[in-house]
Design a protein around this ligand. Structure first.
Ligand SMILES: *Cc1c(COP(=O)(O)O)cnc(C)c1O
Length: 393
C-alpha cells in the first residue's frame, strides 16, 4: 500500500486496527489526554513529533514570533536536540537546591517569543516537580505549549495524569514504562498524546471506531503534520504494551508505580551513608548519587560500574544526569525483588570499602569479561562494522 494514495480517505480495517484503537484508549485513560498517535519510533522521535505539533499550533494561530523552547538543565539531551531539529532555539533553566526548576529564573525569561516548555516529571534527578501548575500558568499566559517528557512515567502511572495538571502534549517510552525492556538497542516506540488544543495536527492516519463498531483508518485530517513513520511504527512493541495493560489493569499499573518508587527509596536509604546523595529527600523511581567521595581516593563512577560487572550485576547509569559530577543514577524498577536489591546494595557497599583499602585494583576491573576496558570514546566515534556472508561454495 502506498502511503500517499490514501490522503483524504477512510480505509476500513478490522482486528489489527482494533488493537491500536484500544491501545490508544488505554493510553488516554492513563495519562489524561484526549488522543494518541502510536507512530513515533522512540522517545526522541515522540519529542520531535510533539514539537512539530507545537509548531503547527503556533503556525495555525499566526504566532509567528515564537522562537524559543524552555528546557530545565536536568533534561535528557534529546529534549534540546528535538527542539532544535524542529527549528527552535532553546533556553536552559537551572535547577534549585531541591532538584526542581528555579521559578525565578523561569519567570525572567517568559515573554511572547516562548513557544513552549519541555519538562520531565519526575525529573532525571528522580524528583517530582512541585510547581507544575504555576509553571503551566506562566507558559500558557504567553500561549506556550507544555510538553511532558514521559520517559519517567513509571513513577506516576495511576497516581497522576499529566493531562490533568496543565500539560498539552506528551510522549511515552513504551520501552521504559509499558514492559518492553529498556536498552539493548531497541526497537522502542514513543506514542504521543495530546489534548484538544493539538488534536487536529496529529499525524495521519488515525484509527477511528465507526458507529457499527468496526475500525477504520482515517486519512482525512487537513491540518495534520503528515506521516511521522510508516504505518504504525513498531507495531509489535505496541501489541506488547496492550497485552501488559490488559494483564495488569488500572490497579495493577498503579501497583507497578508504587513498587518502582518503594524500591528506589529502599536502595536510596541503604546507600545514603556510603555514597554522596544529590538530593536528600524522598525520591520517585530513581535516585542520583555521586561517587565524588570515592573519586577522592582515585576510584571513579566508571570504575565502580566495571567492578559491578565482575559481580554479575548490570551497572546502573553513570555520568548522567550530566550536571552531577561522578553521577550514579539508580533505578531498580518495579520488578526487582528484595533479595536482588539487597545483593546489589551489599556489592555497592563492598565497592566503597574496597575503594578505601585498595583503590588501585579498580583499574583492573572487569577481570571476568573477554574485553576489559575498551576506549569507549573511540568505540563510539570510530565504529567498525562487518559481517560475513555464508560461504556459498
Ligand atoms: C530515554 C529518555 C529519552 C529518550 O528516549 P529514547 O526512546 O531513548 O529516544 C528522553 N527523555 C528522557 C528523560 C529519557 O530518559
Amino acid at each position: 500500500m502506498s502511503l500517499f494514495h490514501d490522503v483524504g480517505k477512510i480505509i476500513n480495517r478490522t482486528k489489527e486496527v482494533g488493537i491500536l484503537y484500544e491501545t490508544e484508549r488505554w493510553m488516554c485513560e492513563m495519562t489524561g489526554f484526549s488522543a494518541f498517535t502510536l507512530q513515533p519510533l522512540a522517545g526522541a522521535h515522540g519529542e520531535l513529533t510533539g514539537i512539530m505539533l507545537m509548531a503547527a499550533y503556533h503556525k495555525s494561530k499566526g504566532n509567528t514570533q515564537k522562537k524559543y523552547v524552555i528546557i530545565p538543565d536536568s533534561a535528557h539531551g534529546t529534549n534540546p536536540a528535538s527542539a532544535a531539529v524542529a527549528g527552535y532555539e532553546t533556553i536552559s533553566i537551572p535547577s534549585n537546591k531541591d532538584g526542581g526548576m528555579d521559578l525565578e529564573a523561569l519567570k525572567a525569561v517568559i515573554n511572547d517569543e516562548i513557544a513552549g516548555l519541555m519538562m520531565t516529571v519526575p525529573s532525571t534527578y528522580g524528583v517530582f516537580e512541585s510547581n507544575i501548575e504555576e509553571i503551566a500558568k506562566l507558559i500558557h499566559s504567553v500561549d506556550g505549549i507544555m510538553y511532558y517528557d514521559g520517559a519517567n512515567l513509571n513513577a506516576v502511572l495511576g497516581r497522576c495524569r499529566p493531562g490533568d495538571v496543565g500539560f498539552d502534549v506528551m510522549h511515552i517510552n513504551t520501552h521504559k514504562t509499558f514492559t518492553t525492556p529498556h536498552g539493548g538497542g531497541g526497537p522502542g516506540s514513543g506514542p504521543v498524546g495530546v489534548n484538544s488544543k493539538l488534536e487536529k495536527f496529529l499525524p495521519v492516519s488515525r484509527v477511528v471506531k465507526k458507529s457499527d463498531g468496526s475500525f477504520a483508518l482515517n486519512y482525512d485530517y487537513p491540518d495534520s503534520i503528515g506521516y511521522i513513520a510508516s504505518f504504525y511504527g513498531n507495531f509489535a512493541i505496541l501489541v506488547r504494551a496492550y497485552g501488559y495493560m490488559l494483564m495488569l489493569g488500572k490497579e495493577g499499573l498503579k501497583d507497578t508505580t508504587d513498587h518502582a518508587v518503594l524500591n528506589a527509596n529502599y536502595i536510596m536509604a541503604k546507600l545514603k551513608g556510603h555514597y554522596k546523595l544529590c538530593f536528600d529527600r524522598f525520591c520517585m523511581h530513581e535516585s542520583v548519587f555521586s561517587a565524588s567521595l570515592q573519586a577522592q581516593r582515585g576510584v571513579h563512577a566508571i570504575d565502580i560500574a566495571k567492578y559491578l560487572i565482575d559481580q554479575q550485576i548490570h551497572p546502573p547509569t553513570v555520568y548522567f544526569p550530566i550536571s552531577v559530577p561522578e553521577a550514579i543514577m539508580i533505578e531498580p524498577t518495579e520488578t526487582e525483588s528484595k533479595q536482588v536489591m539487597d545483593d546489589f546494595i551489599a556489592k555497592m557497599i563492598a565497592a566503597d570499602e574496597l575503594s578505601k583499602s585498595n583503590p588501585a585494583i579498580f583499574k583492573e576491573f572487569p577481570k571476568t569479561m573477554p574485553i576489559s576496558r575498551p576506549d569507549e570514546v573511540k568505540a563510539a566515534r570510530d565504529v567498525k562494522t562487518s559481517y560475513f556472508l555464508p560461504d556459498a561454495g
